[in-house]
Design a protein around this ligand. Sequence first.
Ligand SMILES: Nc1ncnc2c1ncn2[C@@H]1O[C@H](COP(=O)(O)O)[C@@H](OP(=O)(O)O)[C@H]1O
Ligand SMILES: [Mg+2]
Length: 277
Amino acid sequence: MMRFDDQNPDEIAQKLAHIAWEAGRVLRAMESAFLDKRIKDDGSPTTAADLAAEELIIKRLDEAWSGVPVVAEETCSSTHTDDYFFLVDPLDGTGDFIHGTGEYSVNIALIRGNRPMAAVVAAPAMGSIWMAGETTWKSSLPDEAETGFDWREAKVRAAPEKDLVALVSRRHGDIATEACLSVLSIGTRRMTSSALKFCLIASGEADVYVRCGPTMEWDTAAGDHILTCAGGSVVGPGGAPLTYGHEDSGYRNGPFAAIGDIALASRLDLPVSASAA
Ligand SMILES: Nc1ncnc2c1ncn2[C@@H]1O[C@H](COP(=O)(O)O)[C@@H](OP(=O)(O)O)[C@H]1O
Ligand SMILES: [Mg+2]
């Protein structure tokens, strides 16, 4: 089996970026097609585009790192016995993909133990991509993957005293999330779908994203790593980082807050368990 010890995390992230770039091409080509949607058990939609992108990503991961388990949203292989495994959301923000807002992303994270070590989030319709190994990098999405990326380091900003910029889901909200936000001095609330919320904080364009409603590990792992390597944090109740690979709980996350400035952590009071859907 291919091991990761001989590759540095930024090199792995770069390979993941190429795979996400290719999956993004598949999704863009399917944007205007009329796609039947199916509602899954958790109430969220899925389409042929989710499946096509996931199939491609799994194939490419296997070509690059044969035998490493992949836990992916649509075909969620339920066991991972190795120290390393991938978490994949081929299309995060399927509702937005269907409604044409363009706010959807491809999320891929390599997990070592219970934390990410390399990750990519691509936003094909927005033309942007973020990757992180040890450092976080942002690029526009090029026409040619081999030569076209223009990677620049991404960094969080210090939180302003007041008028924080909060990112909130366009399609999912709950009372517990609103209660957490209400104690912060929020100046602007910006509706944003998918893992883009983590990336905008990582790029210093926003300060906080709180989510007390249900999400899955593949929704957060890549964005978590991108934000963390840019100087931010993703914390659960009590301020601990999120951990991944919780097969027993069906890969569900608890409540979390993504923040650019760790100083905000002491002002947050997250509930212990996720709100109902
Ligand atoms: N009831 C539920 N249980 C688990 N995850 C849910 C959920 N409702 C929404 N989500 C997650 O929230 C994601 C969308 O987040 P946002 O509202 O921030 O765009 C969905 O991603 P997918 O579109 O990949 O299914 C889905 O995984
Ligand atoms: Mg998805």
